[in-house]
Design a protein around this ligand. Structure first.
Ligand code: ASP
Ligand code: MG
Length: 467
């Protein structure tokens, strides 16, 4: 079997849902299970409902719920015929009555508990999954809704509960295989779950990818497909380099490193259950289904270049602190990181040499106020308006000359490097440049590494294959 997850924009209206059906139809022999997000924008609207209700503004909250109902009525009336339409509307109205009751309770309390907030947010996926199952049947794909709240078991933390793999696997294995055996496509809402005691929970915003990975892992899927509105992962941001190329295969570690440095890839942490079970995850574009996507897997084949991709993280500042001679370096570093943690600042890159430490953190001029506090530790230099360039590629491990190549390209472009970090895992090279040089830096690297005549690149790949 395979798991196919469709995000909010992929199910946003009847046109999108029909497109989903046309993507699923040719895969029926592979026994697909569908995980769907709420129709695009619905979860944000439900957050508004919760906020309004908790301020006692019930009529405005109910107006938004009515608008959500309207979107589902419109989409269903464009896809379903009787008696399926009436059956869907009856189901819709049962759920809307539940949401209205919840909003009314919250409004009368004039406050909201974390559990009520989670509960309110689950209506989007509940409705979209029932709608997609009904639409599939109408379009000739035998499908059945399966209530993810009864299948994904979590702890009772809000707003992002942690899944409990053992009971989740047991419930899925009981319910899903008989559906597949009847050639039905099970359709589940992503993001929603419940605790062992039956309290409704969510996996946190954007949690549908996580649902797909959990379900794929529990059922031993041969593949998980994440259908979104971009064609996989690119070698860099196409707004910076119009010649950015689609990456056909990337390792889980590479994707994680890219995400840390600001690349707009789906959050790889959510794919961990799939990667742990060695299930490949394909990221595909539901608007361009024939375009091909990117496969994320535990170990990925070598690409045409040593590097897989380049990420750019802007809005970075660097603090450089020189410890006074009398202070022990251990205590100095301890105090420095405690201070950063106190201000909830995560260090993106750290360079320590002798009694001097440079730390790159996210933020800009507003961080200048920290200078006086850091001065308690030593002499401080504060540099705002910086950016981090991060090159990722597992294939660089153990290879000589990588750093000189990267920094040679920077030197030729006249770009000054402020800090350098090469991960000990040796799957990335990151460095800090001034923000004004950042775009040029990425463009030059991309041109040399990914755009130059593929002759050199394929030669290098051959060499690697031989080695
Ligand atoms: N609908 C939820 C959200 O918008 C979950 C998801 O789409 O993944 O956060
Ligand atoms: Mg999403």
């Amino acid at each position: 079997m395979i798991v196919m997850k469709f995000g909010g924009t992929s199910v946003q209206d009847s046109t999108a849902i029909r497109r989903v059906a046309s993507i699923v139809a040719p895969r029926l022999a592979e026994q697909p299970l569908l995980v769907v997000s709420a129709m695009g924008g619905v979860t944000d609207k439900l957050v508004q409902v919760a906020d309004l209700a908790s301020r006692g503004e019930l009529s405005q909250a109910l107006e938004i719920l009515e608008a959500i109902r309207g979107r589902h009525i419109l989409a269903s009336s464009e896809m379903l015929v009787e008696p399926a339409l009436s059956a869907f509307v009856a189901e819709l109205d049962t759920r809307m009555a539940e949401a209205t009751k919840l909003a009314t309770e919250i409004a009368s309390q004039k406050s909201i508990t974390p559990a009520q907030h989670s509960y309110m947010l689950t209506f989007g996926e509940l409705l979209s999954s029932v709608l997609v199952a009904a639409a599939f049947n109408g379009l000739g794909i035998p499908a059945a809704h399966a209530d993810a709240r009864k299948l994904i078991v979590t702890d009772a933390h809000h707003p992002a509960a942690a899944p409990l793999p053992a009971p989740t696997r047991a419930r899925l294995q009981e319910v899903i295989p008989p559906m597949l055996a009847q050639n039905l496509v099970p359709v589940l809402g992503g993001f929603i779950a419940s605790s062992e005691s039956g309290e409704v929970t969510t996996l946190g915003r954007g949690g549908s990818d996580y649902s797909a990975a959990l379900i794929g892992a529990a059922l031993g899927a041969s593949r998980i497909e994440i259908w979104t509105d971009v064609s996989g992962i690119l070698t860099t941001d196409p707004r910076i380099c119009p010649k950015a190329q689609r990456i056909s295969e990337i390792s889980f570690h590479e994707a994680t490193e890219l995400a840390c440095f600001g690349a707009k890839v789906l959050h790889p942490a959510t794919l961990l259950p799939a990667v742990e079970h060695d299930i490949p995850v394909a990221v595909l574009n539901s608007h361009k289904p024939t375009e091909g996507g990117t496969i994320i897997r535990a170990t990925a084949a070598h690409g045409p270049s040593y590097f897989r991709a380049i990420a750019l993280k802007r809005n970075i500042s660097v603090f450089t602190v020189r410890a006074p001679r009398h202070m022990g370096s251990l205590r100095f570093l301890d105090d420095l990181f405690s201070l950063l943690r106190w201000h909830h600042l995560q260090s993106e890159i750290v360079a320590i040499s002798g009694a001097t430490a440079s730390v790159a953190v996210e933020g800009n001029h507003e961080l200048a106020k920290l200078t006086s506090e850091l001065q308690a530790l030593g002499e401080v230099e504060f540099q705002p308006n910086m950016a981090i360039v991060c090159l990722v590629g597992e294939n660089i491990r153990g290879r000589c000359g990588i750093a000189s190549e990267v920094f040679g390209i920077q030197a030729a472009a006249g770009i000054n490097i402020h800090m350098i970090a090469q991960g000990s895992s040796e799957i990335s090279v990151s460095f800090v440049v001034e923000e004004k040089d950042a775009v040029k830096s990425v463009q030059q690297l991309h041109r040399h590494i990914f755009e130059e005549t593929s002759a050199a690149a394929s030669e290098a790949a051959m060499e690697t294959a031989k080695a």
